[in-house]
Each structure stands twice: as structure tokens, then as C-alpha cells.
Design a protein around this ligand. Structure first.
Ligand SMILES: *Cc1c(COP(=O)(O)O)cnc(C)c1O
Length: 475
């Protein structure tokens, strides 16, 4: 399997070439040359593997179709080491539970940081360690976070050989729980940096360092953001695992509703569907930051400026643009890299938007690719959390609540609707208390984490300061 860029560069690359890379050199995102097709017999075999041998074996089967430059035995070992009941809480790894009517919740948030990003990031940590050792190289991951991504990256990379993580976050702006999760890590290769400023200041510092090409090369600076293909690929597996739990035969279809921000999670659903997974609808649920809902309703993709990006109670979906969306548009436009380049490289840079409403392919979003969309606001979120708690005794987090709200708008008789549970309520306790009057349950391993000693360096919002810090800690 070779990989190409969404902006037309077709110099083919292997999986491990793009594993440690971010964007393609032409500014595009990597996608496989074609999607492997899964026939009925293979689907049945995988169903059996998931039920009898478990998630790690299923992951190995799916990843092997996309990775041909890691020996099979090594790949199997990496999957087995990643997807354990010890790390993810249950043998199913992503258990399905019934909510109401034909709505099910697929639990993706029982990993180390209680959000779905662990599903991919835990594998990425093991893949990075493996590949860096094989090359005899080191990598310094530099990132900016307002919560979930940074903690998932740190818990994936902690103690890994050849990797250091330098994670900036806005000083005093994360929830006490999130701060405790990150700042209590004492591993030698994890560095928390609290910046005097807001999230955008953190991101600007990261950009400034990445734009200093000499520094970037000398200190081997890399990222783990959501455009990384390996992260997306790892997420494809749980769409299959959800399907196998919700159905008994391959003639049945299911739909998925996915709380969405950067379009990474649901893009993995699109890939699964392209491979032949029997999916009826892929429903995009957004919060007040409704860039994606607007596109699927009108055909206009309009990036927001910072002032129009809302701070919401489902903060991991507070985006101004959807970084992975380019991947879907590439498929939608018949993989025309020149056209994608003119939309994402030129039109967005020039006017912050493009309009496909008159393009013949726009109808394909729904008709051919199964996409639907909807939006949920703070009051919807509160009402949904309260309702599922009072009627069903189930507490769901704020992002998952956005998913449930929108899922209810797209039910079809006889088609199970699987809502992806992207975080546990304890991470967003304030809103849960507002909705239900009760504190969410806290898994035993997180009891008292706010009282643990913290390891964090406070810093001015200054790119030179972080360069100096990195240089001092890379010896
Ligand atoms: C990151 C995140 C999302 C959004 O996922 P995307 O891949 O960016 O669409 C939704 N919910 C939670 C809890 C998250 O951490």
C-alpha cells in the first residue's frame, strides 16, 4: 500500500515514511492510493476474530491491509501490546451499551485519559517507539493543547524511548481535572509548559518554532496532531468492532453518529464505509461551532475567524476549521488533487471559504457517501444529559450528548444507530452538575489526582523562550 497527497503529489510513500511526518510537502494530507475492499467472507472472518480473539487481533487484520513495511509478527505484537483490557478497562475494549429505542453508545473513552483520542494515540506511542528505534533516531514532539489532545499524547508517549513531549497549554485555563491529569506525570520525557496567554498564543509559539527550519531539523521537532494518517487508521478499527457488536449478519446495516470537531473521528468512519463496512448513515454532530453542519446543509465551507469561534461546554469540538475535512473532499471530487489544491490552498487562503452547492458532486455527500449532519447547543446539551440521566440512569459527557441529540434526528426503522461516546462525564464535571445536580462517577484510578504533586514550567508567550527550554532539555 502506497500513500499520496490530497493536493496532487503522487510520489508514492510507504506507511513508515508518513508515520513521523505531518503534512505532505505540497501542503496536502496523506491518503492511501486506494481503499482495500473487504468482501463478505472477510467481514465474516473478522466478525469471528473480534468475538473470539479480541480487538487487538481485529486491529492487526485491518492495519495489515495498510501497512506493508512493518513485519507481520512485529505488527501483531504492537497491536497486542496496545489494546489490552488493562489499559482500556474491558476485554471488548469498545463495549456497546443500549441507550434507548435503537440507539446504542459505543464506549471509546475508557483509556488512560478517558477520551477517545487514547484509542489512536496509544497505538501511535508504540509505533513511534518501534520506528524510531529501528532508525536509530529521536523525536521531540511539540504541541499546544487546551485539554484532550495533549493529555492523550503524554499518556501515549510517557516512558517511550527516543521520544520527548513538550506540551504547551494556556496557564490556568484547563479544568482542574485536566491539569491534574497532565501535570502529575513525572516521567523524564514529558515536559508540561503553562503559557501566560490563551490557546492561540500556545499555537502561535508552536508554529513559530516549526517555521524555524534550522531549529526544527537540529532538534528533530515533530507533532502528533489529528491529521496524522496513523491516528486516523487506528480509529477505523472501532467502526468495525461497533458493527460486529450491533449486528449478527453482514446483511444488516448500522448508522453512526459522531461528535465532531476536526473531522478526524468521522473520517475514519468514511474510510471504513469505503472499505465496504455496511453503513447506512454517517451523521456529523457539531456544537455551536457548526462549520461542518453548515457545509453538509448548504455546500458552503466557511472557516471561522478566532472571534467567531465559540468557547462551549463541549470544548474538544471548539474548532474554527476542520483539519481532516480535506480528505473527504478529495474523495468527493473524484480524487482530483488539482481541484482540492485550488479549494484548500487558494480559495480558503484568499476568502476563507468555498462553495460546492452548485457542484454536481455535492449531492453525493448524502446519496453516495451517506453523510447527514446536525448541531447541538449548550441548552440542548444540558437537556440531553438531564434526560438520559433521569430516564435511563446513564450519565453521558457533553460531547457524547451532542451526538445523542443529533442521532435522535436521523433514526431509521431497523437500523441500529451507534453514537460514539468520545469522553467520560468526569472530565466535564461542571456541566454535568449543571444538568443533573449530581457529581459524575470518578474511576478509582483518578480519585484524588488533584492533590498529587505537579510538574510544570510556567513561561511567557514567547517562541524564543520555548526554543531555549527545548535546547536545554535535549541533552
Ligand atoms: C477530539 C474530540 C472530539 C472531536 O474529534 P474530531 O476527530 O476532532 O472530530 C470530540 N469529542 C471529544 C471528547 C474529543 O476529545
Amino acid at each position: 500500500m502506497k500513500y499520496i497527497s490530497t493536493r496532487g503529489d503522487h510520489s508514492p510513500k510507504h506507511f513508515c515514511d508518513i508515520l513521523l511526518e505531518g503534512l505532505a510537502p505540497d501542503g496536502g494530507l496523506y491518503l492511501p492510493e486506494s481503499y482495500p475492499h473487504v468482501d463478505d467472507a472477510t467481514l465474516s472472518r473478522w466478525r469471528d476474530i473480534y468475538h473470539k480473539q479480541g480487538y487487538a487481533e481485529l486491529a492487526f487484520e485491518i492495519l495489515s491491509l495498510y501497512i506493508d513495511d512493518i513485519p507481520a509478527a512485529d505488527m501483531k505484537a504492537l497491536c497486542a501490546k496496545t489494546y489490552t483490557a488493562e489499559v482500556f478497562g474491558t476485554g471488548e475494549i469498545v463495549p456497546l451499551r443500549h441507550l434507548e429505542n435503537n440507539i446504542w453508545l459505543e464506549a471509546l473513552s475508557n483509556g488512560p485519559t478517558l477520551a477517545f483520542k487514547d484509542m489512536a494515540m496509544q497505538l501511535l506511542g508504540n509505533l513511534f517507539e518501534y520506528e524510531l528505534a529501528r532508525r536509530g533516531e529521536e523525536l521531540n514532539i511539540l504541541g499546544a493543547t487546551s485539554g484532550d489532545t495533549g493529555s492523550a499524547a503524554e499518556y501515549a508517549m510517557r516512558g517511550k524511548k527516543g521520544v520527548r513531549v513538550f506540551m504547551t497549554s494556556p496557564y490556568g485555563r484547563m479544568s482542574p481535572f485536566q491539569q491534574a491529569q497532565m501535570f502529575s506525570l513525572m516521567d523524564d520525557n514529558i515536559f508540561n509548559i503553562a503559557v501566560d496567554g490563551v490557546f492561540d498564543d500556545c499555537q502561535d509559539m508552536v508554529k513559530a518554532v516549526s517555521n524555524d527550519l534550522d531549529f526544527k531539523r537540529q532538534y528533530k521537532i515533530g507533532t502528533v496532531n489529528s491529521i496524522n494518517w496513523a491516528r486516523l487508521l487506528a480509529q477505523v478499527v472501532y467502526y468495525f468492532a461497533g458493527y460486529f457488536q450491533a449486528t449478527e449478519t453482514n446483511v444488516e446495516k448500522v448508522s453512526f453518529t459522531v461528535p465532531s470537531g476536526n473531522f478526524g473521528n468521522i473520517c475514519a468512519g468514511h474510510v471504513a464505509r469505503m472499505m465496504g463496512l455496511p453503513v447506512a448513515k454517517l451523521v456529523v454532530a457539531t456544537n455551536e461551532n457548526d462549520v461542518l453542519d453548515e457545509f453538509f446543509k448548504t455546500g458552503v465551507y466557511r472557516v471561522r475567524v478566532s472571534a467567531d469561534t465559540h468557547e462551549t461546554s463541549s470544548p474538544s469540538m471548539d474548532i474554527s476549521k476542520a483539519s481532516n475535512f480535506e480528505r473527504f473532499i478529495f474523495d468527493l471530487l473524484g480524487r482530483d488533487g488539482a481541484r482540492v489544491k485550488s479549494l484548500f490552498g487558494d480559495a480558503l487562503a484568499r476568502s476563507g471559504q468555498f462553495d460546492l452547492s452548485q457542484h454536481p458532486a455535492f449531492n453525493d455527500c448524502r446519496m453516495r457517501y451517506g453523510f447527514e449532519s446536525g448541531k447541538s447547543t449548550h441548552s440542548d446539551r444540558l437537556a440531553t444529559i438531564k434526560d438520559t440521566f433521569e430516564r435511563k440512569g446513564m450519565m453521558i459527557d457533553t460531547h457524547t450528548a451532542d451526538g445523542v441529540k443529533v442521532a435522535r434526528e436521523y433514526l431509521q426503522a431497523g437500523v441500529p444507530m451507534i453514537v460514539l461516546e468520545t469522553a467520560l462525564p468526569i472530565k466535564f464535571a461542571e456541566t454535568i452538575v449543571e444538568a443533573t445536580g449530581q457529581q459524575p462517577d470518578r474511576p478509582a484510578k483518578f480519585v484524588g489526582i488533584e492533590d498529587l504533586p505537579k510538574r510544570v514550567t510556567r513561561m511567557a508567550a514567547d517562541a524564543q523562550a520555548i526554543k531555549t527550554f527545548i535546547a536545554e532539555h535535549c541533552v
